[in-house]
Design a protein around this ligand. Structure first.
Ligand code: SIN
Length: 277
């Protein structure tokens, strides 16, 4: 299996592509990895069907794209594989991970480059994940607004997200990441600009007064969530989504309680976000 067998079909004009002609459980050659890296940076999220990976194969897949990330707070991992997070919901769940628009762990100083989620068990209906292109969100702003945002920095905090959230986690002397990142970041592969603030982690724009920061963030969150920037993925057992946290946000839909949903997630370490004019 090589780069030549890969086929990409766009899901919507701005976001997402379905990929055919690949078995993700097998080692990838350098050209295939490069083709996927370029496609990921272009489409923001890649979707695959009919895949089956053991935790070791899932980690090997992620390892083609960078070092694997260990989550700062998530308590549920596959035994012997701390890099493989289990995403699990059933009738006892009070909430789910990522139930609001966000980019994964953006509170980290070097937030994840990308995330590969393999779905094992799906509810009879529902449990989709929505994705949105942050290139499209940035590029559709007026030029004065783009110029205003390009000089700004935002704080992203994990404390209010993770503290006290997970049962059985000892919070004593535990700290969570907090970082400052440019509001607009330059994607290291595509060179395009993407908005990089999100509802879950971003707490304020550092250079603005609180009321100004609150107003600008509210406007940006509403803008980011415009449906034309989005695509929506309906999972089946064996579906895999590989999203690029540098140019996409996602939102997990929790409309299937009390049904079960189970997936396994590997996250790839990224770089500190930068803005290049
Ligand atoms: C996440 O944010 O990683 C969860 C995505 C999902 O469960 O669809």
């Amino acid at each position: 299996m090589t780069a030549e067998t890969l086929e990409f079909t766009k899901v919507t004009p701005y976001c997402g592509a379905e990929v055919r002609g690949i078995d993700l459980s097998q080692p990838l050659d350098a050209r295939t990895v490069e083709t996927l890296q370029t496609a990921l940076a272009e489409h923001c999220v890649l979707f695959f069907r009919g895949q089956e990976m053991t935790p070791a194969q899932h980690k090997a897949l992620g390892g083609h794209f960078g070092e694997l990330h260990i989550h700062p707070a998530w308590p549920r991992v596959v035994e012997g594989h701390p890099e493989v997070m289990e995403i699990f919901t059933d009738e006892n769940s009070k909430g789910i991970a990522g139930e609001d628009w966000h980019s994964d762990v953006s509170c980290d100083a070097e937030p994840p480059l990308g995330t590969i989620l393999q779905m094992i068990e799906v509810p009879p209906v529902g449990g989709d994940t929505l994705f949105a292109s942050m290139y499209a969100a940035f590029e559709s702003l007026s030029e004065p607004m783009q110029r205003f945002l390009q000089g700004l920095t935002a704080e992203h905090d994990g404390e209010h997200v993770y503290s006290g959230r997970y049962q059985g986690v000892n919070e004593e002397r535990r700290t969570y990441p907090r970082s400052e990142h440019p509001v607009v970041r330059t994607h290291p592969v595509s060179g395009r600009h993407a908005l990089f603030v999100n509802r879950i982690f971003t707490t304020r724009i550092v250079e603005l007064e609180k009321h100004e920061s609150d107003g600008v963030l509210r406007m940006l969150y509403e803008h980011i969530e415009r449906p034309e920037f989005q695509c929506r993925f309906q999972w089946q057992p064996g579906s895999v989504a590989f999203w690029d946290n540098r140019c996409a946000q996602h939102h997990a839909m929790w409309d299937y309680h009390p049904n079960r949903r189970r997936g396994l997630r590997v996250t790839i370490q990224g770089d500190a976000p930068v803005y290049r004019p």
